[in-house]
Design a protein around this ligand. Sequence first.
Ligand SMILES: NC(=O)c1ccc[n+]([C@@H]2O[C@H](COP(=O)([O-])OP(=O)(O)OC[C@H]3O[C@@H](n4cnc5c(N)ncnc54)[C@H](OP(=O)(O)O)[C@@H]3O)[C@@H](O)[C@H]2O)c1
Length: 269
Amino acid sequence: MSFKIGFIGAGNMGRAIASGLVAKGICAPADLRCVSASGKGAEIMAQKTGGSVAASKRELIENSDVVILAFKPQHLETITKEEANALAGKLVISVLAGRTLESMQAVAPDAANLVRVMPNTPSQIGKGVSTYCFSKDPSAQEKETVEAILSSLGTAYEVAEEQLHIATVINGCGPAFYFRIVQLLGEAAEKRGLDKTLAMKLAAETAIGSMELFNASGRDPQDLIDEVVSPNGVTHALLTSLDRNGFPQIMDTSAGDAVSRSVELSQSK
Ligand SMILES: NC(=O)c1ccc[n+]([C@@H]2O[C@H](COP(=O)([O-])OP(=O)(O)OC[C@H]3O[C@@H](n4cnc5c(N)ncnc54)[C@H](OP(=O)(O)O)[C@@H]3O)[C@@H](O)[C@H]2O)c1
């Protein structure tokens, strides 16, 4: 598979995708072009990947099969009519948080297909999880191209657009949630006399190992929990305290609040 890819916006997320594409051999450096607002991000992307900086957005679009929108969500409407015309027949992939397929359609009505992606920050090291949806049923080639591009970030799962709000809370916000757990366990350990840095390492490595076990075993989380708990033991005390202090309700309410915020943000754009 070979395609020419153009990045509009070349910041953290754009560079993570571009670096992954080249590192995994999904795209040859000669087929990768980019453009950014000041040119700064594009220069860095070109240096990192061996790709080149396009003279303008229009020139980049005209010379690309796939166009990735990787600028801030509020800049979607800066795409001009001329650029929109150039997007006709192209596969357009957006990582713009909260921007719906409908709002993309308004900007690029004649694109061959539009893809809305929610990536996450571990994408920077190729360990991300993305969720995505198409504006219309993709051709086999479009599907293959999108899957190849997203595989450069880690794993990817297609969901219906209305489910993206829920998925966003899990894969998009998820890294912040897990970092917060590591931070809080570090603080709790430090208060009780264990070095905070060591405690955070123990927490992170335990999380990685546990999740790898979960994925490899295909077992239910409760089954794996039961393997750790013994009656009236330490884990039992921990889990009982979490339940007594409302952890399940906190998880449910917090996830619900975040889903509501995602819906609210997508409606305000
Ligand atoms: N970072 C994440 O973890 C993450 C996760 C999920 C989704 N996203 C989404 O990814 C997108 C990019 O985020 P980021 O973190 O990569 O942002 P960023 O680091 O601030 O980079 C933004 C890039 O967009 C360029 N730019 C600004 N205005 C532009 C315009 N009008 N036209 C074309 N390019 C423009 C900037 O140009 P210069 O370099 O020249 O200044 C820069 O290269 C956002 O929409 C965000 O919602 C990010």
